[in-house]
Design a binder for this molecule. Structure first.
Ligand code: FES
Length: 154
C-alpha cells in the first residue's frame, strides 16, 4: 500500500485543504486510512497546506493520538480518564503493560498488539473500560483482560 501513499494523501488534501484548521482532520484521515501517519506523508502534507515540515511534525508529536509507526494487528486501548481511574484503571494498565511486555504507545513483545491510553469510552457507569479493535469491554479487571487478550491472540 506504501506506493499508494502519494495518491491517497493528495486525494485527502484535495478534499480537505480548504477546511479551517485543515491539518488535524487531514492527519486524522491519513491515520484512519492506513493506521498511522508515515514519515513520508509529512512533506506531502506540508506542501499541500503550504506550511513547513516542522509545523506538520509539531502537530504530529504534540497529539499522542497519532501513530508514527504501523500499529500491531490488534489495538488495545485502556481508558485512563477520571471515572475509570477511580475504579482501578491504573492497576489495569500496569497489568496490561506487564502482560504485553510494552509501555503505552508501543508494540507488544510479540508484535501483535498496540497498547494505547484513551480518554473516556462513554462507559463511565461501568468503569473501568477498555477497547480492543474498536469493541468496548466494560467492568474490566486483570483476569478478564487476560482472557480477552488470549481470545484475541491470533
Ligand atoms: S472515564 Fe472511562 S469510560 Fe468514561
Amino acid at each position: 500500500m506504501a506506493h499508494d501513499l502519494e495518491g491517497m494523501v493528495s486525494h485527502i488534501l484535495e478534499e480537505m485543504h480548504a477546511l479551517q484548521g485543515a491539518m488535524l482532520p487531514i492527519l486524522h484521515a491519513i491515520q484512519d486510512s492506513i493506521g498511522y501517519v508515515p514519515e513520508e506523508a509529512v512533506p506531502l502534507v506540508a506542501k499541500g497546506l503550504n506550511v513547513s515540515r516542522a509545523e506538520v511534525h509539531g502537530v504530529l508529536t504534540f497529539y499522542r493520538h497519532f501513530r508514527r509507526t504501523p500499529p500491531g494487528k490488534h489495538v488495545l486501548q485502556i481508558c485512563c480518564a477520571e471515572s475509570c481511574q477511580a475504579m482501578g484503571a491504573n492497576r489495569l494498565a500496569e497489568h496490561a503493560k506487564k502482560a504485553l511486555g510494552c509501555d503505552f504507545h508501543e508494540l507488544s513483545r510479540d508484535g501483535l498488539f498496540s497498547l494505547e491510553p484513551v480518554y473516556c469510552l462513554g462507559q463511565c457507569a461501568t468503569s473501568p473500560a477498555v477497547m480492543i479493535d474498536g469493541e468496548v469491554h466494560a467492568r474490566m479487571n486483570p483476569e478478564k483482560l487476560d482472557r480477552l487478550l488470549e481470545g484475541t491472540e491470533s
